[in-house]
Every structure is written in structure tokens, then in C-alpha cells.
Design a binder for this molecule. Structure first.
Ligand code: GLN
Length: 454
């Protein structure tokens, strides 16, 4: 009731929730109370969570914040949400996001932008909460849920966490089942939590992660008790500082934040080493070929026949055309066009195949560094703090918006785990984050190291 009241009071201004499932929440909470009264109960008994609109929840609106999925209510439940409910968590509602998870500011949502609960000191300018999981980050930061599900294809958990002073982890590709999550770019998509602190994120990931016969990319390995890693000593760990992440025109305050993080880890007994990831500069162009290519294929299913919106036409071809023209927003259409182009005959070799080769080189860069005994890498999460909603420069130039992802997308291309942890405030009083990148399936080192920084 306290959370539902807080949502009622604040959501009009923040637009973090696109649906509030109050009846379902009360029902689940009552069932949870009953289990506790019986002396039973799971790890998340009674904990109220928000769910990104990308996750299928049975009988509840699941629209990926897109017009084309209008009215779609799945008759099945995503594996991740099923895992959370099985542990006793309570669902508060569906959270806003960029349309089909394409964006870094939550401005591409058909349900409208989300407002970051943070403001610059002495300013009323509304800031973005990051994207694509902007509803998740804003809701957690504003205490409109105790934690939230999110997804990360190129930074969509970590960048919003950085912009809102929350913790977000993208686990290793394969750690969580993606079954029942609307697909964006299948070789990059992973789900994870956004939470108030490192411990909460660890508890949530322990519940979310599983191997699942319904998603063959999910791995069959035991899920560790991530909470046990929180607070574990980092003495003797080797933390790499990749020199290529010192990008051109990086603001001084981001560099200072990074240095502060380095000093904190050194004081805690970690060994700091300079490392090189030489192919980093090709990550952004490779990502913005691979991700739209896969998206153009995944989005082919939205044709007015099977899901959501249908806009009639004189024959079926015209119905497809009308539906897709009306149903997809600008950014999604841009991705479909880029993706279709790079996959077409004559261009496939020059773009898509080349990008996949670059991806392999990026992955090898990380493998080399980890083989040299580095346990994790420390980088900034974003090149800036949260920017204003409607920022004219970013709105006019999609590539300027893509640059937001410069520190986060390498992790998806290589399938590695990455955590964003709040590490200080910008000169304007808004949150800034640091990112830790780990070995495949070594989320525990990330939780241990992040808990030293937070
Ligand atoms: N901003 C990136 C994009 O638009 C990443 C999005 C994501 O991780 N889902 O593709």
C-alpha cells in the first residue's frame, strides 16, 4: 500500500510506470503474507518490484512501449518474472522504456518520456533517466518500487543506473533466460536488475538467473548466492584500467571520478594495472550494424496479423504497410532501415560480416587481458551525467545519442558481465557512475568490487 500510494503521488510527474497493477499487487501481497504466516516463504517474500514493459507478464499489458503492440496481453509469463514471483516478489506494474529498447534517454517511448527524479542544483530543467530502461531506473531512484527488472543490449541497464544513482548489473550473456522478453538484438540482449544498492542487486540477480530449456542460450550452470560476494575483500585482486576508455574530450569530472574509484580500490588492497583493449574504437560502429541487423529481423513479426495493432488496407500487403507505418516510431524505423540495408545482398559482406569480425577482435582484446591475470576492469559508465529531456543537439543527431553508449556496448559485444555503481556527483549535483567489467560468469567479483566503491 505504501508503494502504491507513492506511485499514485509521483507517477503523474515522472511517467515511470505505464501500467499499475494494483489489484494484482494486493493479491500477491496477501498470498505472500499467508505464506509467511505458515512459516514458509522465499528469498523475496513480499518485496514489491516493477517490471520493464519488455517482459511478458501473463494477462498484463506487454507493449515494449510501442504503438504496434497496442493491447497485447500475453497468455504466458517470462521466465525471469516467473522466477521472481516463485521467490515471493510482488508485482507493482509495468515500467516505461525506449520503444523496443532502442535508445539511451527513454525519449523514444510511445508512452512519452520519463522524468529523472534528480534535478541539477538550483534548476528545474527536467532530465532524462537514461535508457532504454528509464522507467526502471527512475522508479527505483524515486522509491516507487524496491527493485526493477531491466534489459541491456548495449548499456540499457548500466547507463540508466548511472543517471539515477542506482545500481544495475548486466550479467554474462546466457546467465538469465530471455524467454518471454521481447527481442531486440538476440546475440546481445541480456536481462538484469536495477536496484537501490549492490546487495539488493545481488539478491535480485540470484532470483532472476536460471538455466531454462525454453531459451537455448541460457547456460546450464548453478546460480551462485551472489549476496555472499557482497562485502568480500578485494585484497590482491588485479583491476585493469583500459587506456582506450580515456576518450577524446572526456569531461574532467568524469576523469576525476575514475581516479577516485581507482584510489578507493587501491586503498582496499587491489592492485591497479594499466591495460590495453586496442579495438575499442571500432565497438560503436560494429554495434550499430549488428544490433539494427538483428532488430530488423526480430521486428519482422509485427505485421498486424499476430500481435497488437492492425491498420486495414485494400489487401494484405497494404495492411502490413499501413500497420508498420503507423505502429513503429521514428527511431525503430531508422533501425529497421539500417538493419535491412546492412543485411542486403552486396552489402552483407561489406557491413554485417565485417562488423561480426570486428566483434571477434573486441572479444579477444578482453580475453587477452583476462588471460594476463586481470580480474576485472574499471571504467566510467557514461561520458556525461544525465542530460536534459529534448536536448537539441542529441535530438538533431542520432549519432550523438549513440555516443552515449561508448563505454557500455563493448561488454555486450563480448558477452561479458558489467555492473554500474554510483560513485559520486557531477558539478551540477547529479549522479555519476563507474562500471566494472568481469570475466564470463564471474559476477561475484563484480559484486565484491562494486560494494567497495558504493
Ligand atoms: N542505446 C543503445 C541502443 O539504442 C542500447 C539499448 C539497449 O541496451 N537496449 O541500441
Amino acid at each position: 500500500d505504501a508503494y502504491l500510494g507513492a506511485i499514485e503521488a509521483a507517477n503523474g510527474a515522472l511517467n515511470a510506470y505505464v501500467a499499475v497493477t494494483a489489484d494484482k499487487a494486493r493479491e500477491m501481497a496477501a498470498a505472500s503474507d499467508a505464506r509467511l504466516a505458515q512459516g514458509e516463504g522465499g528469498a523475496l517474500e513480499g518485496i514489491p518490484l516493477g517490471v520493464k514493459d519488455l517482459f511478458a507478464v501473463e494477462g498484463v499489458r506487454t507493449q515494449a512501449a510501442s504503438h504496434i503492440l497496442d493491447g497485447f496481453k500475453p497468455r504466458y509469463e517470462s521466465t525471469i518474472t516467473a522466477n521472481l514471483w516463485a521467490d515471493g516478489a510482488v508485482m507493482l506494474g509495468k515500467l516505461n522504456m525506449d520503444e523496443f529498447a532502442m535508445g539511451s534517454s527513454n525519449e523514444s517511448s510511445h508512452d512519452g518520456p520519463v522524468v529523472n527524479p534528480w534535478r541539477r542544483t538550483g534548476s528545474d530543467v527536467a532530465l532524462v533517466p537514461g535508457g532504454s530502461s528509464g522507467g526502471s531506473s527512475a522508479a527505483v531512484a524515486a522509491r516507487l518500487c524496491a527493485g526493477a527488472t531491466a534489459t541491456d543490449t548495449g548499456g540499457s541497464i548500466r547507463q540508466p543506473a548511472a543517471f539515477t544513482g542506482t545500481v544495475g548489473i548486466k550479467p554474462t550473456y546466457g546467465r538469465c533466460s530471455r524467454w518471454g522478453i521481447v527481442a531486440y538484438a538476440s546475440s546481445l540482449d541480456q536481462a538484469g536488475p536495477i536496484a537501490r544498492d549492490v546487495r539488493d542487486a545481488a539478491i535480485l540477480l540470484t532470483s532472476m538467473a536460471s538455466s531454462d530449456p525454453k531459451d537455448t542460450t541460457s547456460v546450464d550452470r548453478p546460480v551462485p548466492d551472489y549476496e555472499a560476494a557482497v562485502g568480500r575483500s578485494v585484497k590482491g585482486l588485479r583491476i585493469g584500467i583500459p587506456r582506450e576508455y580515456r576518450v577524446e574530450a572526456m569531461p574532467a569530472e568524469i576523469e576525476a571520478l575514475w581516479q577516485k574509484g581507482i584510489a578507493t580500490l587501491r586503498e582496499a588492497g587491489a592492485e591497479i594495472v594499466d591495460v590495453s583493449l586496442p579495438h575499442t574504437k571500432y565497438a560503436l560502429p560494429a554495434y550499430y550494424i549488428v544490433a539494427p541487423a538483428e532488430a530488423s529481423s526480430n521486428l519482422a513479426r509485427y505485421d498486424g496479423v499476430r500481435y497488437g495493432l492492425r491498420v486495414p488496407g485494400k489487401d494484405i500487403a497494404e495492411m502490413y504497410e499501413n500497420t508498420r507505418a503507423a505502429g513503429f516510431g521514428r527511431e525503430v524505423k531508422r533501425r529497421i532501415m539500417v538493419g535491412t540495408y546492412v543485411l542486403s545482398a552486396g552489402y552483407y559482406d561489406a557491413f554485417y560480416l565485417q562488423a561480426q569480425k570486428v566483434r571477434t577482435l573486441i572479444k579477444r582484446d578482453f580475453e587477452t587481458v583476462f588471460a594476463d591475470g586481470v580480474d576485472a576492469l574499471l571504467t566510467p559508465t557514461t561520458p556525461s551525467a544525465a542530460f536534459a529531456i529534448g536536448d537539441a543537439k542529441l535530438a538533431a543527431d542520432p549519432v550523438a545519442m549513440y555516443l552515449q553508449d561508448v563505454f557500455t556496448i563493448t561488454v555486450n559485444l563480448a558477452g561479458l558481465p558489467g555492473i554500474a555503481v554510483p560513485a559520486g556527483l557531477s558539478g551540477e549535483g547529479t549522479p555519476l557512475g563507474l562500471q566494472l567489467i568481469g570475466r564470463p560468469f564471474d559476477e561475484e567479483t563484480l559484486f565484491a568490487t562494486a560494494s567497495v566503491i558504493e
